[in-house]
Design a protein around this ligand. Sequence first.
Ligand code: ADP
Ligand code: MG
Length: 395
Amino acid sequence: MAIKWVNELPLGGKKIFCRVDFNVPLDDQQRVTDDTRIRAALPTIKHILAQGARLICGSHLGRPKGKVVETLRMEPVGAKLAELLGGDHRVLVTDEPSGDGARQVVDQMREGDVVLLENLRFNPGEKKNDEAFAMEVASMAEGYVNDAFGTAHRAHASTAGVAALLPFKGGGFLIKKELEFLGLLLGEVGRPYAALLGGAKVSDKIGVLENLIPRVDLLLIGGAMANTFIKARGGDVGASRVEDDSLEAARRIIALAEKKGAELLLPSDVVAAAGLDATSGEVVAARAVPAGLMALDIGPKSRERFADKLRGAKTIFWNGPMGVFEKQPFAAGTLAVAEAVAGSDAVSVVGGGDSVSAVKKSGFADSISHISTGGGASLEFVQGKLLPGLAALEE
Ligand code: ADP
Ligand code: MG
């Protein structure tokens, strides 16, 4: 991919529009409860500022559906950014994403200031990649940088349209790092190469499975997804969550793994209970879940077997929790694999929204080589799809 990086761009003295992913969680008083995404963009932001550019940041926040939603204004995000920049820079938040008010703030900014545009999705043109909106945003700037990996799988005005309208464009350091690690998963890797997949649905992950199976040595499947595979192989999964319309796909994937010589591991035991609110579960055979019970986590034998395989791997991609990790009685499987991935000396990459929160919750995040900031975007990348936000950066 021919993408220029932010450190290769002629930024000095220019007004630079930088698409960031500041879609952070807010509490009911609009306080930022997790600033990970703002921190992730800091290297790029600081670099742009250090070059003497005038920086205009833009992001979406939540789902305002094309209109102004008072609780989704960027003000608290701007305050958090100013705090993280250590008081060295003013952060001016505009009261609309584009238009005269925004332009005035940009026109009056001084060197060292950061302008943060109001929530881009207040304008219906953002998600539609509307040309007129893209031109309004572009008209405030002289160069384009994208560091919002989390929205790179969307062709929106700020991730696609604007890039084409400015004299130069490039990717930020966060996108660069994401591509380095995610790209590695699709290239020459250290072996054994293990893919650990779980989570809610097979149907969400078929593309990932199909693209990874020819590359991996080992495929470990847990979570609700495993139920569909176990049923496809003739097991009785009781009242577990199953996708009956994906049984055929599961059989196809099993056959593909056989054909490509990837060893497929499914749980042999599971922790089952009558429902998600149960305060404990019982360990039963994965292929013989009693009527009325649901498999909600992988069992102790499976934990050990999965952990063993993972500890010996040299490359690991992990997406999808092994069980309902949000509930303490069903979190042990996810915790055990997190510990094993962290304890391995593999290059390890975790992608997916819930998987990332599970890893953070496990306390092992620091021992993982790369935790992707893009849930959907990382999965689409691993599926081998071309992400529109990256395509827009290509020279
Ligand atoms: P990611 O966001 O990392 O891609 P998914 O969205 O596919 O992951 O799956 C996460 C969800 O799957 C979690 O909310 C978890 O509770 C659920 N889950 C995992 N295992 C089971 C199971 N055995 N039964 C029901 N739900 C499960
Ligand atoms: Mg999810």
